[in-house]
Ligand binder design. Structure first.
Ligand SMILES: NC(=O)CCC(=O)C(=O)O
Length: 293
């Protein structure tokens, strides 16, 4: 069986505490990413909306312009900070997500930027499924009041290691995207996310483990730390599941970094033992990865 993960990889997820001041958030993210790199992590992940509070009222205020690429420092301080942090850490960096304003269409997106250890941008993902829910008496949220959905699924090649699938938070509820990334060879599915204290306890861990067991891939969910004074309280519980859907590491709700050592053997062994990859019945149902480039 071909290697999915070409060599062992230490993964770090930073459950970052951020507030209203973007400059402070960027500088705090830098110190936590460097701490993770110092501990040996070579792939480091930040949370959804890592440099701002999360909420529709905040997206326009914190939005940055990413096109034409590369943007200027004025257009996107976060782009430049993340690029510099990745280079300083000498690690791959999934820069959580930031609100993006595409000036030509005047549309806002929830966008993740991924940088290589040399600080080059190697991938982006615009959240494709917007978080529009209404659970009476509990939580009502409508990202689509402000945001537009992305129109691409995202798989990124980390040359020394292999491929990762990247999506954002609510995207995890749609198993097709994860399955497509895994069938394209992703060893890891990464979700910067910010579930809340209603749906978090219900589904966060379940969804992480579900995507792992469906796809026999590693899964990483990276949340902001909970801020009890925020209008939207993130669930926290950043976690890493292995390809057998065991939780390798899980945070509580305060700021922390969690780590896991990923290996190809864990993927190969579960796929040998429970060979769903060769048992699918595409004569009975569609292969969702068919036709996806
Ligand atoms: N930021 C998000 O997309 C939140 C998703 C969420 O909480 C959910 O239950 O799904």
């Amino acid at each position: 069986m071909a290697a999915f993960l070409r060599k062992p990889l230490k993964l770090a997820l930073v459950q970052l505490a951020s507030g209203a001041d973007k400059t402070v958030n960027l500088s705090h993210a830098r110190s936590k990413v460097l701490e993770a790199a110092q501990a040996g992590a070579r792939l480091i992940v930040l949370p959804e909306c890592f440099n701002s509070p999360y909420g529709t009222q905040y997206f326009p205020k914190y939005a940055e312009t990413l096109h034409p690429s590369p943007p200027t420092k004025e257009q996107s301080p976060s782009y430049h900070a993340l690029s510099a942090i990745a280079a300083e850490a000498n690690a791959y960096l999934v820069g959580g997500s930031i609100p993006e304003l595409e000036t030509s269409s005047k549309k806002y997106y929830n966008t993740s930027l991924v940088f290589s250890p040399s600080g080059s941008l190697i991938g982006t993902h615009r959240k494709t499924h917007l978080f529009d829910i209404d659970i009476p008496g509990k939580i009502s949220f409508k990202e689509s009041d402000v945001l537009s959905p992305g129109d691409h699924l995202t798989v990124i090649d980390l040359p020394e290691y292999g491929k990762i699938g990247l999506a954002i938070c609510y995207d995890i509820r749609f198993p097709e995207a994860a399955m497509i990334a895994a069938r394209k060879g992703a060893f890891l599915l990464v979700y910067p996310g910010a579930f809340n204290t209603t749906t978090g306890p219900l589904h966060w861990s379940l969804l992480g483990r579900a995507r792992a067991v469906d796809n026999q891939s590693y899964v990483a969910l990276c949340s902001p730390a909970r801020d009890v004074n925020a209008s939207y309280q993130a669930y926290g519980h950043t976690l890493i599941a292995d390809p057998s859907a065991n939780i390798l590491s899980e945070a509580e709700d305060s700021e922390t970094i969690i780590y896991a050592d990923l290996s190809d053997e864990a993927i190969v062994n579960i796929r040998k033992g429970i060979p769903i990859y060769t048992q699918r019945r595409f004569d009975l149902y569609l292969d969702v990865s068919e036709g996806q480039n």
